[in-house]
Structures are given as C-alpha cells and as structure tokens.
Design a protein around this ligand. Structure first.
Ligand code: 5GP
Ligand code: MN
Length: 341
C-alpha cells in the first residue's frame, strides 16, 4: 500500500533523469501538510539540479511562514503574471495534498491549460484523473509522509537534508494532530524518527506551529466556544463565527485553525462542525470533523461542495450563515442512525 508502485517509480525516475522545469503546487488555504510537502519536495528536486518553484494559490497563515524556503513561494493571487509564466513554461507539475484541480481556486484554468506532465501525490479520497503519475493513498497520515516514500522509492533518503526534514516533519505533525489521529502508524513514527536523525528540530517545530497564540486568536477562540451549539440527539456540536465577530476581534489568517476540534473533546460527541462566514468571498467556509465510522467526507461531498477524509473534511456554502446552519441542522435527521451508533 504505502510505497509508490514500481511502474510509477520508473516513470518518475525517467522524468527526473533529465533537467526539468518544475512547478510544485499546494491547495488553496494551505495547511502545514500542503506547505511542508511542497517545500520539502522543492528542496529535494532543486538539490537534484532541476529548476523548481512552488506556486501557492493564496497566502499561508503566519505559523507556517518560518519554514525553510517559504519566502521563495510565488503567490498566484498576488503575482499572477509571474505565476502564469512559470506554469506555461513548466515541463513537470507536481500537485500535492489535493485530489482535484478545483482545489486551487482561481489557478484552476491555468493548470488545465498547462502543457506540462503532471504528478499527483495525495492522500484524499477519490482522486481525479489528470496526472500521468497518480500516487494516491488514503491510508497515509499525510502528503509529507508520502513525499518521504517518494524520495525513498528513488533510493535517495540519504539526500534528505535538514531543510527537507524540517518541512516534512511539520506536515506529518500537523496532519496527525501531533501523532495522535488514527492514520498515525508505526511506519509514520519510523519516518519521523528518521527525519529527526536527519535534522528535523522537533521541539522548535512544535513551538513555532503551536505556541504562536495572538490576542486575536484567543479572543476568537473564546467567541467560538461561547457560540457552540450542542445537539445531543445527534451527538453533534456546531460552532459559528460571523464576519462581524471576526472583524470585532481583529481576525487574521490562521486564527480559526483547529477550533473545530474542541467539540470532539466532549463525551459522546462524534460530529463537530464550524461555520465561518467570509463576506469577501461571499461564502461560508465549513470544517467537519468526526470520530469513528461517520464519514464527514461523504457528508461534505453530498451537501456542501466539499470533501476530504473520513474524519476530517471541508466544504462551503453560498447561502447566508443563518441559512447554512439551518440547512445543516435539518439534514441531521437523515443521519440519525449513523450518528447514534
Ligand atoms: P480543514 O477543515 O482543516 O480546512 O480541512 C480538512 C480536510 O478537508 C483537509 O484534508 C482538506 O484538504 C479538506 N478540505 C477542506 N476544504 C475542502 C473543500 O472545500 N473541498 C474539498 N474537496 N476538500 C476540502
Ligand atoms: Mn494533508
């Protein structure tokens, strides 16, 4: 399961045996795994002698900006012309930590028109079929663990530098909730152990990612927890944050990260949701989390234009915040059996 198959490995080896112009792309609103995997791969392919850049659809939260190579990332929303010319000139495009080209927002068209060969490395369910090499494995903890496997398949773990190790460690750590989600295997720990041996500064990474609370983040967390609604009949909790509340507490990108998980710490709650109003984009962004069998991937796909994993997914709504939560609550009746198991 875990390793890249031999056929894909030989295709990748052949591609990387000549100098390529490489573009590496994370999904929109990138998280630790998206930035960790793209930057980790960036350092690796540059060290092999390829020309390479990371192009992100939009900016990242502050707690990721310390990562080695972050300052080189081209942001499509800000530097559209430069980003487009790199995409047009690319011979090889890696798409990392997402399963469908719609996950890159306004970059989608440029990617659909690109002439380059595509390689996907991803662990989300139901990958789309656009790449020459699709290394997809939903059992993997993170795309960063898969980038490690990718490098291993190319017989190059000896080429993992401290920069690469720091990037890959970060994504594995964030996507596993610090090595506690069910996707964390003994193999994940072995990979992480090797990354520490190769220079990943585990303590410093934990501090940089998690001990970066700002007053705005703590105020927003307080507001979110106060807004929490518990639906005992459905073992469900949901939280709302309106644009007015975000403005009041001086919201900055990344401030809402992880808040959705609080609901699951309540006894018997197996489904937790956060609805975050975004007036600028005219949408409500939604995060879904579950414990056990209940698939938030299916729920997000069926009702909120989204998807993800069985226990963590995202989506959005074009309705108002009130309409969205009302529709959400109305849907729960259809899932009563699954939520009551
Ligand atoms: P989060 O709630 O932390 O933003 O995302 C949880 C998981 O769901 C991540 O793996 C993320 O890639 C995925 N996800 C988040 N938003 C969307 C979305 O709008 N569409 C899809 N297909 N997946 C999403
Ligand atoms: Mn991921």
């Amino acid at each position: 399961m875990a390793a890249m198959n031999l056929e894909d490995t030989s295709v990748v080896k052949a591609l990387l045996s000549t100098t390529q112009k490489i573009v590496i792309i994370p999904h929109k609103n990138p998280d630790g795994d998206a930035i960790g995997s793209t930057l980790g791969l960036l350092h690796y392919v540059k060290n092999l002698g390829h020309e390479a850049v990371v192009i992100a659809p939009n900016d990242s939260p502050k707690f990721l900006k310390w990562m080695p190579g972050f300052e080189e990332i081209i942001i499509f929303e800000k530097d559209t012309l430069s980003a487009k010319s790199h995409i047009d000139a690319a011979t090889l495009i890696f798409t990392l930590d997402f399963n469908h080209l719609s996950r890159v927002g306004s970059m989608q068209k440029s990617l659909e028109e690109a002439e380059a060969t595509f390689i996907m490395i991803d662990h989300h369910q139901e990958p789309a079929d656009y790449a020459k090499v699709t290394y997809s494995d939903v059992s993997m903890s993170s795309t960063c663990e898969m980038v490690y496997n990718f490098i291993e398949a190319l017989d190059s773990t000896s080429k993992i530098t401290a920069n690469i190790a720091n990037c890959l460690y970060t994504g594995i750590m964030t996507d596993t909730g610090s090595f506690k989600y069910s996707s964390t295997t003994s193999r994940t720990h072995r990979v992480v152990a090797d990354l520490i041996d190769k220079g990943a500064e585990n303590l410093a990474i934990h501090n940089r990612v998690f001990d970066t609370n700002s007053p705005s983040r703590l105020h927003i967390l307080g507001c979110a927890l106060k807004n929490m609604v518990i639906l005992e009949d459905f073992n469900t909790v949901y939280i709302t944050l309106s644009q007015a509340e975000l403005d009041q507490f001086n919201f900055k990108k990344g401030d809402t990260e992880g808040i959705v998980n609080y609901g699951l710490t309540l006894d018997s709650i197996i489904f937790a949701v956060i609805f975050i109003e975004n007036k600028e984009e005219g949408i409500v962004k939604i995060s879904f989390r579950s414990q056990g069998e209940f698939s938030v991937n299916e729920f997000a796909r069926a009702h909120f234009q989204g998807g993800g994993h069985t226990n963590a997914a995202g989506g959005k709504s074009d309705e108002t915040l009130q309409e969205t939560t009302a529709r959400f609550v109305g849907l729960l009746d259809n899932y009563k059996d699954k939520l009551k198991e």
